[in-house]
Design a protein around this ligand. Structure first.
Ligand SMILES: [Zn+2]
Length: 602
């Protein structure tokens, strides 16, 4: 391909809003342009790399017996009402009406659409397991799209959905997906960190996220220095501190006068101690609590709702006192999981006062009978603590867990931070920021039940299939390749996703130099090597700079001086390497083919 016959509008200027390398370099190299906030156009060069990522994903999905389909992007709102997500997806879902007033959704994801297809076509166990996938446009109306392709509004996702007769079959596909994902990212030249993810709004149990490290990452990862433990901070666990050895009898509980001292910081000053000595008590409001609260303090008058005859009742709203060591934070995702609640939030001040019958800042676990007390595991490791005494201007000192208060429930609730200890090996945990590229997830019966999918087994009995869902952001994966492979001058493509594999730069595109450049390009193309020939009438310096910016793996420079040697040569350099080699013209084609194919083979 001749440079002058393609459309590669490179930029010297960096767009003002481009703060990360992929955003900056995709614009500067003429791969991408912006149509509106969060909406982009791939130009020819960008689309070439995009198609390569797509092809790798497609190959790996086909390799594990995924079947590609292509549903419409605009789907009926009815399907979303059936699954219940019409009301829960929030403003990120773009809803539109057609001229007849019918509700439609511009797909943010496709569990509903694909499950409705399966519902219509699934009859027998013989059709299972079934894995359908698409590589298709998605739309999420992000409030603040930014970082170029990393957080756009419209994007392309590979999303797969699998259906199974039993757990073993779901496990098998889930495992195969996990391996296929590892191969996909490796082939794209990406170092991903697979982490145990939180189920979040998706509902369900087993899941794994594939993250890349990124300073602008919207996820915090907790990693172990010693073993391979990696988790999203939303779900990360840590080893509880050892319980105190029962030494000499501890002093008895004692109230102390603490006038107007309501925060832990003030208390630390007042008592000349640190936050680790305190028992912090927070009052939480939880919604849709599926945990059985019968017999729990303060639960007698709670409203209940039975979701189905066999399931335990759900409490639309319930309050809890949550106690944790003073220097730690409550992880609300973990708390919601422990309470089996749809959401938890701190109760308003007036509710705290009403529920604890104490002024704000003086809540504590001792003598608290109006609420169920949920204690973090950190408390059982505390020798003794200081806490609010449920009355104005008073705290207790020498508070002993198990002696002065007994929680209704004890669980791991803390937000894990750097320096905490690994639950698996005791090693030190540390934090990293990450971006999610892919997510695999066992959904169980969530959608197949609400959307009434069924099949008949061997004996003609009707069953609901199990389901899994598996996504990869194609654009984000491409942008992450650039994040991981670039330098000051531009992109350094891994061969597998490079827009072209070889760039030929004639010093001046005329005479014998032009003749050789043309011949070499044609010969390489015959070997199915993708060649860009810079035939522009530009100074060599400009062409070299652009070649570095575009990041095409092998650069071949054809110059008159080198052609006039006794043995004519061309200069060959791998983008990103410091060393330039001279190749004999007669061997150039064979050697370049060898280099390209060696890299493609990995
Ligand atoms: Zn560990």
């Amino acid at each position: 391909m001749l440079f002058t016959q393609t459309f590669i509008p490179t930029l010297r200027e960096v767009p003002a809003d481009a703060v990360i390398a992929s955003h900056r370099l995709m614009f500067r190299s003429g791969m991408l342009r912006k149509l509106a906030n969060g909406l982009f156009a791939y130009l020819p060069l960008g689309l070439r790399s995009f198609r390569k990522v797509e092809a790798i994903v497609r190959e790996e999905m086909n390799g594990i017996r995924g079947l590609e389909i292509k549903p419409s992007v605009v789907v009926p709102g009815e399907l979303w009402k059936e699954s219940g997500r019409w009301d829960t997806m929030g403003d990120a879902m773009l809803r539109v009406q057609n001229r007849l007033g019918g509700d439609f959704v511009v797909s943010p994801t496709a569990e509903e659409a694909v499950t409705s297809l399966v519902r219509d076509a699934l009859a027998s166990y013989r059709q299972l397991p079934l894995t359908l996938y698409q590589i298709n446009t998605k739309y999420r109306d992000e409030i603040r799209p930014r970082y170029g392709l990393m957080r756009g509004r419209e994007f392309t996702m590979k999303d797969a959905y699998s259906y199974h007769a039993d757990e073993a079959s779901l496990d098998e596909t889930y495992r195969a997906m996990g391996l296929a994902y590892r191969r996909i990212f490796k082939r794209c030249g990406l170092s991903v960190i697979p982490v145990r993810a939180d189920s979040g709004a998706m509902g369900g149990s087993d899941s794994e996220e594939f993250m890349v490290e990124s300073t602008i990452g919207d996820n915090t990862l907790i990693l172990c220095r010693t073993c391979d433990y990696a988790a999203n901070v939303e779900k990360a666990a840590c080893k509880a501190e050892a319980a105190p050895s029962q030494a000499a009898a501890l002093p008895a509980l004692e109230p102390i006068h603490t006038p107007s001292v309501t925060t832990i910081a003030q208390l630390c000053d007042f008592l000349k101690t640190d936050a680790r000595s305190f028992i912090k008590t927070l009052i939480y409001r939880a919604r849709n609590v599926a945990l059985d609260l019968s017999g729990a303090p303060g639960s007698a008058g709670l409203a209940k709702r039975a979701s189905s005859p066999e399931a335990s009742p759900v409490y639309p709203e319930a309050f809890f006192a949550v106690a944790i060591r003073g220097d730690l934070e409550v992880n609300e995702v973990k708390l919601a999981a422990v309470l089996k609640a749809s959401e938890v939030s701190l109760a308003a001040d007036e509710e705290v006062v009403r529920l604890t019958a104490a002024p704000r800042g003086f809540a504590g676990p001792v003598g608290l009978t109006s609420l169920p007390l949920v204690a973090d595991l950190s408390l059982s490791a505390l020798q003794e603590g200081i806490t609010g005494a449920l009355q104005a201007d008073t705290h207790y000192v020498h508070v002993v867990y198990g002696r002065d208060f007994v929680p209704w429930l004890s669980a791991d609730l803390r937000t894990v931070v750097s320096g905490d200890r690994c639950a698996l090996c005791g090693g030190e945990l540390y934090e990293k920021k990450g971006n999610e590229l892919g997510h695999i997830f066992k959904l169980g019966y969530k959608y197949t039940r609400s959307m009434q999918v069924s099949y008949l087994d061997e004996s003609g009995q009707s069953h609901i299939p199990l389901m899994g869902t598996y996504g990869i952001g194609i654009d984000r994966t491409l942008a992450s390749v650039i994040e991981e492979h670039h330098d000051e001058e531009g992109i350094i493509w891994p061969m597998a996703v490079a827009p072209y594999q070889v760039i030929i730069i004639p010093i001046t595109y005329a005479g014998p130099v032009k003749a050789l450049a043309d011949t070499l390009a044609a010969d390489l193309e015959q070997d199915r090597i993708e060649v860009l020939l810079d035939d522009r009438n530009e100074r060599p310096g400009v062409k070299f700079k652009d070649a570095d910016l575009l990041g095409i793996p092998y650069r071949v420079v054809v110059g008159e001086k080198n052609l006039n040697r006794d043995v004519p040569v061309v200069e060959v350099k791998r983008r990103g390497d410091a060393i330039m080699r001279l190749l004999e013209v007669s061997k150039a084609k064979a050697e370049l083919s060898r280099l390209v194919y060696r890299e493609l083979a990995g």
